[in-house]
Design a protein around this ligand. Sequence first.
Ligand code: UDP
Length: 330
Amino acid sequence: MGITVKILVTGGAGYIGSHVVKALGEKGYDVVVYDNLSYGHEWAVLYGKLIKGDLSDSELLSVVFKSERFDAVMHFAAFVVVDESVREPIKYYRNNFVNTLNLIEACIKYNVKRFIFSSSAAVYGIPEKIPVTEDAPLLPVNPYGSSKAMVEQVLKDITVSSDFRYVSLRYFNVAGADPLSRIGQYRADATHLITVSLRTALGKRDHLDIFGTDYDTPDGTCIRDYIHVDDLSDAHILALEYLSSEGRSVIYNCGYGYGYSVREVVEKVKKVTGVDFPVRPVGRRIGDPPALIANSSRLKQELGWKPKYNDLEYIIKTALEWEKKVSRLN
Ligand code: UDP
């Protein structure tokens, strides 16, 4: 481990945050999770301590920063549903942008100079070239993507006049669960394709809607680059080690560089579960780019990222085991 030891993880009780907390804990880092538990869960925090709080609460943030003295911050707490962001943009700008300003302000005030930001492929909008590289223009097509791009701009501006340093990780489509099924995505109102498909296969929903079959893609459905949540967690650990060794601020795409269409994902879920569930093609979902595939060469070359679970079937299997466990509990 590098010199960084005590890490604040906002949103560490949520889906991605909790997997990163697991990875941090396994590496021996001292973790403090700050989460308002709006979508997070106490049981999902496998390591460290949980503080229940909201990022709009600058006073509580001050108290926490003053007493804990963090070496670095990892910021996951955010809303993540693209079409909801189209319907409720202010909700997204307030939580994903304004509240992030509070957090960054606390970092500056309490001299925390290392920051890892959960950004998104949504900052690219509809990229001209695919796979997309980090230097592609940021032209988000929904408020979710805009809120992430706005934070990236703030982070960039801060580094001009201070020694604050950050790594921004642009996630593509994060999926799968802890292989031991201790944690996973847990939202009754989940909207993500793999989760919704699995719940349909398990009989929790009566059919799956395919949002748009007339895109300019080989089978007419949208293409995405699905990355296992534990490979993404590894990227965070590498980013942290990198910042600890005084690395400069940098942005990395996090994906496997391979895209699957919605229909291909559905077929794979049917194969893995052995259930031929009903699928209904419907109109396009607002705010959806036709194709998003990462070029993650920079992450591999500069940080030595070596994905371990680059296999859609494995991703779906881990998510299936998790969904089965959740349905046994409910
Ligand atoms: N999708 C779909 N039916 C669903 C959920 C998602 O057809 O019930 C499509 C969605 O339109 C998109 C892709 O699956 O093209 C991935 O969507 P998801 O919500 O999983 O992630 P996003 O790319 O929006 O972050």
